[in-house]
Write a new protein. Structure first.
Length: 276
C-alpha cells in the first residue's frame, strides 16, 4: 500500500535551499512546526487532522474520502457545497429545514447517504444538530469551532469535522482544518495539501481567536438568530445591506453583526427610522 511520509523536523538551514525557494528570506512554511503548533494548542493528535487552505479545501478533501457519489446537503446553507458537489459529479439531494417548536430542524428522509451539515449554526440560522445520524456526516463547524476547542472530544468513525478560522480570526488567513478518526489518516495524508500559506503558519505560532459581542438589540423586528458574525431577522426586506432568504415559508434577512457599539447604534437607528 502506498503511503505518504509525515512532516519531519527540518535541519538547520544553510545558504543552499533544497526546496527550490527563491531565497532564504522567501521560504515555504516549516510544516512540521505548523502541525506541531496546531496539535499542541488544541490538544489533538497528529494522526487526527490535516490543515488546509480554507474550509473550502477541507470540504473537497472530505468529499474525496467518501466511498460513494450520493450525498445529502442541508438547505439552505453554504452555496459552495452545491458547487463542489456538482464539480465532483455527486448525486446530491437538498434536505430542507423546517420550523417546529421554535427550532429549525432538518427534515431528513432517512440515513441512506452521507450528509453535509453545520454544527448548531449555519451561515444563516441556528438549528438543531443531527446527533443520531448513522451514516457519514461532514460537519462544518466554521461558525462554532466547537469540536476543535473541546479537548475532551471523542472522534467517531462516521464523522468528518471541517472548519476554518475565517469567522474567529481573519478570513485572509485561508486557514482550514479537517478532523477525523485515526482510521482515515493514511487516506487524509495522501490528499492533504503540501503547504498552507505563510500568514496562516505565522498565526499558528500565536493563536488568538476573536468573537464580536452578542448585542442587546432595540429594533422592531423579531430576532431569529444572533451569532457573533451575523444577525438574522424575520423580514422580507431591511433598510440596510442584507441577504434575504426563505426557510419553511418564513422570510428572513441576515446582516453582519457589528464589532463595535458605534456601528451597532447606527444599525439600530436605520432599522427604527427607515421605511422599507
Amino acid at each position: 500500500m502506498f503511503t505518504r511520509d509525515r512532516y519531519k523536523p527540518e535541519t538547520v538551514p544553510s545558504f543552499i535551499s533544497i526546496k527550490n525557494e527563491p531565497s532564504l528570506d522567501k521560504t515555504y512554511p516549516n510544516m512540521y512546526n505548523v502541525y506541531t503548533n496546531f496539535s499542541n494548542h488544541f490538544s489533538i493528535p497528529i494522526n487526527n487532522f490535516i490543515l488546509t487552505n480554507g474550509c473550502e479545501n477541507a470540504l473537497k478533501i472530505a468529499m474525496m474520502m467518501l466511498s460513494g457519489k450520493d450525498l445529502y446537503i442541508e438547505h439552505p446553507s453554504w452555496a459552495m457545497v452545491d458547487v463542489i458537489a456538482e464539480g465532483f459529479g455527486f448525486n446530491y439531494t437538498h434536505v430542507d429545514y423546517t420550523f417546529r417548536n421554535d427550532n429549525f430542524i432538518l427534515n431528513i428522509p432517512d440515513d441512506s447517504y452521507p450528509i453535509y451539515t453545520t454544527d448548531t449554526y449555519s451561515n444563516l440560522i441556528k438549528h438543531e444538530n443531527i446527533d443520531s445520524y448513522r451514516n457519514i456526516k461532514i460537519i462544518d463547524e466554521t461558525y462554532t469551532n466547537r469540536i476543535l476547542l473541546n479537548k475532551d472530544r471523542i472522534l467517531t468513525e462516521n464523522e468528518f469535522i471541517i472548519g476554518s478560522f475565517s469567522k474567529c480570526a481573519n478570513p485572509a488567513l485561508r486557514l482550514g482544518y479537517l478532523i477525523y478518526h485515526e482510521k482515515y489518516d493514511d487516506r487524509a495524508q495522501l490528499l492533504r495539501e503540501q503547504y498552507i500559506c505563510g500568514a496562516a503558519a505565522n498565526y499558528l505560532e500565536n493563536i488568538i481567536m476573536h468573537r464580536n459581542p452578542i448585542w442587546d438589540w432595540n429594533i422592531p423586528y423579531e430576532i431569529i438568530t444572533h451569532h457573533y458574525v451575523y444577525v438574522t431577522l424575520q423580514a422580507k426586506e431591511l433598510p440596510i445591506p442584507h441577504k434575504h432568504f426563505i426557510v419553511d415559508g418564513i422570510d428572513l434577512c441576515r446582516f453582519g453583526n457589528p464589532d463595535d457599539n458605534y456601528k451597532k447604534e447606527y444599525i439600530e437607528w436605520k432599522l427604527n427610522t427607515s421605511n422599507v
